[in-house]
Design a protein around this ligand. Structure first.
Ligand code: NAD
Ligand code: DAU
Length: 349
């Protein structure tokens, strides 16, 4: 029996991972989340009464609390997702990203070391990271596990720093670790500050669709459930100390993706073809906007036999349908502070 601490389990990817692990395995899952604006217990209603599931509201920087949780639940493994995750917010407030993403990760590592150092053999610290640590592919090519780090936003710099600390604790103290760096995720329960749910919500309400710069930037999209299946296989089958890049070879220019969403939504909402695309509005670019991300997933595909389970077309359809069917979820997360955030970020762009 494993007792796995999943941090950030009330967020977008974390909530999918909590549900995935409870469905696929007979482990105790302890979800530690401080419920920032991005954390939402409504993402977890379908498993909240599962006998193997425990929620703890708390901050990964609170070592006293971490000690209690490790003791009370005899934590054997950690899958660490808790983070500040939005690049635009990191440009507004870098310190918050250093605090949570760097100091929070180090606090967790300290507690793992304290509880596990007598016998590291049956333990694992799995760190969920991002492809953004590798920088921007302005001259072609793909991110491989051997690509040198070149983070260029406060968010990616904080994630790169956390990756370095995880590796440093492995080499210095022997903590068993694994790291994966994934491309852009999309799917249900994603907070609508991120491109896809923001556009779906704005299309629905006939609001302007704010495309940064010329919309030429390229992202490599993966369905969130396929990210969870990759984490599962790496968690169970990869060798300790290894790093895997996760992605589905699925690059899209932002403007093409927004057009695609408009097309799908026109059809689903019974609008005339081309109607939603009229909402597209080019706005001031993101500062330091990385041009292109693209993952080479050869290592995880060949060594661990992982592949995405669905195509992007299928995933986008499912995703749009989910947001259209879950208006209440969207209403709840876009009430209150969201509007203040939206006005601040988009008013003068
Ligand atoms: P998210 O913003 O949706 O969720 C983050 C969660 O962490 C929230 O539930 C929040 O309440 C919690 N949290 C934040 N600070 C905390 C703290 N100090 N203590 C405890 N909990 C805290 O993020 P996401 O998109 O689900 O990303 C999860 C992880 O995956 C992050 O580490 C991110 O860097 C990484 N990642 C994300 C993507 C993506 O496309 N979203 C891609 C690759 C990697
Ligand atoms: O690559 C993985 C990363 O993907 C994760 O590590 C991050 O946590 C996650 O937020 C995401 O970062 P991006 O900056 O790529 O995602 P975002 O959804 O914010 O933006 C995607 C692209 O769309 C990016 O080029 C900026 C652009 N964009 C975004 C928003 C919110 C717009 O043009 N308009 C918008 O309103």
């Amino acid at each position: 029996m494993k007792n796995i601490l999943i941090t950030g389990g009330a967020g977008f990817i974390g909530s999918h991972l909590v549900k995935w692990m409870l469905k696929k395995h007979d482990y105790k899952i302890v979800n530690l989340d401080s419920l920032t604006y991005a954390g939402n217990l409504q993402n977890l209603t379908e498993i909240e009464n599962h006998p193997n599931y425990h929620f703890v509201k708390g901050d990964i920087r609170d070592e006293a609390l971490l000690n209690e949780v490790f003791k009370a639940h005899d934590i054997t493994d950690v899958i660490h997702l808790a983070a500040e995750s939005h690049v635009d917010r990191s440009i507004e407030n870098p310190l918050e990203f250093i605090n949570t993403n760097v100091l929070g990760t180090v606090s967790l590592l300290n507690v793992c070391r304290k509880f596990w150092s007598e016998n590291y053999a049956d333990h694992l610290f799995y760190h969920v990271s991002t492809d953004e640590v590798y920088g921007s592919l302005d001259d072609g090519g793909f991110f491989k596990e051997s690509t040198a780090y070149d983070p260029r936003s406060p968010y990616s710099a904080s994630k790169a720093s956390s990756d370095h600390f995880v590796r440093a604790y492995h080499h210095t103290y022997g903590i068993p670790i694994k790291i994966s760096n994934c491309s852009n995720n999309y799917g249900s329960f994603q907070f609508p500050e991120k491109l896809i749910p923001l556009m779906i919500n704005n299309i629905k309400h006939k609001k302007p669709l704010p495309v940064y710069g010329k919309g030429e930037n390229i992202r490599d999209w993966l369905w969130v459930v396929d990210h969870c299946s990759a984490i599962d296989v790496i968690f169970h089958e990869a060798a300790v100390g290894e790093t895997y890049n996760i992605g589905g070879i699925n690059e899209w220019k932002n403007i093409d993706l927004v057009h695609k969403l408009c097309e799908i939504m026109d059809e689903k909402l019974g609008r005339e073809k081309g109607e939603s695309a009229k909402l597209i509005t080019y706005v001031t670019d993101r500062a330091g906007h990385d041009l292109r991300y693209a993952i080479d997933p050869t290592k995880v595909e060949t060594e661990l036999n992982w592949k995405p389970s669905i195509t992007f077309e299928e995933g986008l359809e499912k995703t749009v349908e989910w947001y259209l069917e879950n208006e209440e979820w969207m209403r709840n997360v876009t009430s209150g502070n969201y509007m203040a955030y939206y006005d601040k970020m988009y008013k003068d762009r």
